[in-house]
Design a protein around this ligand. Structure first.
Ligand SMILES: Nc1nc2c(ncn2[C@@H]2O[C@H](COP(=O)(O)OP(=O)(O)OP(=O)(O)O)[C@@H](O)[C@H]2O)c(=O)[nH]1
Ligand code: SF4
Ligand SMILES: [Mg+2]
Length: 400
């Protein structure tokens, strides 16, 4: 299965104008992708490029605009540059000309806020050799400063090694989705309705991922539609399933068929567990019952263009929540990973999509501003489980 760009780890390159951000990216990629020039402010838009990194796999490099551009347009670009923090797994901060002050410290502050590992590179050593003062000052923030010039032949090797090391240590990289929930030879029954909304001739990503994960755990998959579930369970008299995983939309029907002693959860809850801040979701979801008339709820979609699940976040969930609470709640959907409202003080609750096109880190970073303000956060799968009265059951296996 091809890895989607949004599921790859992202590395952001930051620094003042003209320090050599684009040059460094070109050196890493080995071709002139980013436009380099001696004119300050050459990179005006965020540029993304994919490269293969040894021992890590494909990663996305993000070139940004300089953070010291004082023009009117520059301010807008700086805003865009700072939004990149919600996308990345690692930051490369580039400095030069012995400049290390508030601009760089602000970048480090942002890295710390989002718990993003960073490395610092001193560039243009050939024309602006680093001074002792700069070295000492940087050492307060980062111990392994990498000093380079664009013509060093060893940059690529040294830098890619360091990037790989930091990305491999990334605790946000998810391992097995079902680890700890099933063991060798466990039987897992997957319920996947095939209705008009199912894509033609294939399964959707969460289903494919779970099927693969069951196999990786040396366990056994049985995949059925909800209409065949009851008979299948009857047929499995001696081989009792350890776990049933269903599409959220069939949860209600499925939960009536699956005996209480068999663990039951949904694909979207597994995805939330794999990717989202699950504990935050578990805590935030019951807030649904505290919502009042006129309260604003933000629906966060991680796709920028036409989410395949658009109707869930924009039509179905709002209708279900209004019906469940009996309150006239205002819903607002925001698509994209960086597209964020500046003022979130009137937001009473946030419901995050399944995030199938985003990394765990991206979801974490996107939700951070809300978590920092104590705004309750849930996600589609857990909300659907909650309003269907099966939240307790669907999350029970994770409570152990
Ligand atoms: N002498 C020398 N010149 C360099 C080095 N690295 C980059 N340059 C030059 O510095 C200029 C700016 O490089 P860019 O890579 O465009 O810098 P940038 O940080 O992307 O700049 P903006 O996009 O304008 O913010 C170019 O003329 C590069 O050729 C270096 O190590 N030594
Ligand atoms: S769950 Fe989120 S990321 Fe996946 S298709 Fe829907 S909006 Fe896009
Ligand atoms: Mg540039």
């Amino acid at each position: 299965m091809e890895q989607h760009r949004e599921n790859k780890q992202h590395i952001g390159f930051f620094g003042r104008c003209n320090v050599g951000k684009s040059t460094l990216i070109n050196t890493l990629i080995g071709q002139d992708i980013a436009i380099v020039s001696e004119v300050s402010g050459t990179t005006t838009d965020i540029v993304k490029k994919t490269m293969e990194l040894k021992d890590v796999g494909a990663v996305v490099l993000i070139d940004t605009a300089g953070i010291d551009d004082k023009s009117e347009l520059g301010k807008k670009r700086i805003e865009k540059t700072m939004e990149v923090f919600s996308l990345i797994d690692l930051a490369v901060i580039i400095i030069s000309e012995n400049n290390f002050s508030s601009y760089e410290k602000d970048l480090i502050k942002e890295c710390k806020r989002f718990s993003i590992p960073y490395l610092i590179v001193y560039n243009k050593q050939d024309i602006f050799p680093i001074e002792d003062n700069t070295r000492k000052e940087v050492a307060n923030y980062y111990k392994n400063l990498i000093i380079v010039s664009k013509n060093d032949i060893s940059i690529k090797e040294n830098l890619t090694k360091e990037l790989a090391k930091l990305l491999q240590d990334n605790s946000f990289q998810s391992s097995s989705i079902l680890k700890g929930l099933i063991k060798k030879d466990s039987l897992v029954v997957l319920v996947t309705p095939i209705d008009s909304s199912a894509p033609k001739g294939r399964m959707i990503l969460p289903q494919v991922k779970v099927i693969r994960d069951v196999l990786d755990n040396d366990a056994v998959n049985i995949v059925v539609k909800e209409t065949e579930l009851e008979q299948t369970l009857k047929n499995l008299k001696t081989y009792k399933p350890d776990l049933v995983i269903t599409d959220s939309q069939a949860f209600n029907m499925v939960s009536k068929i699956v005996p209480q002693e068999i663990a039951l959860t949904s694909f979207s809850i597994l995805l939330a567990k794999e990717k989202g801040d699950f504990d935050l979701f578990l805590k935030g979801t019951p807030y649904i019952d505290k919502l009042n008339d006129g309260d604003k709820v933000l629906m966060l979609e991680s796709c920028t263009h036409q989410p395949t699940c658009e109707d869930i976040g924009r039509v179905k969930l709002p209708a279900w929540i209004r019906k469940h609470t009996g309150k006239d709640i205002k819903f607002e959907a925001i698509a994209g990973l960086t597209n964020m409202e500046k003022d979130i003080s009137d937001v009473k609750m946030v419901i995050q999509c399944g995030g199938c096109m985003a990394t765990k880190r991206q979801l974490h970073n996107r939700l951070l501003p809300f978590a920092e303000k104590g705004i309750p956060v849930s996600n589609y799968g857990l909300t659907i489980a909650y309003i269907n009265g099966i939240f307790q059951r669907a999350t029970k296996i994770f409570m152990k």
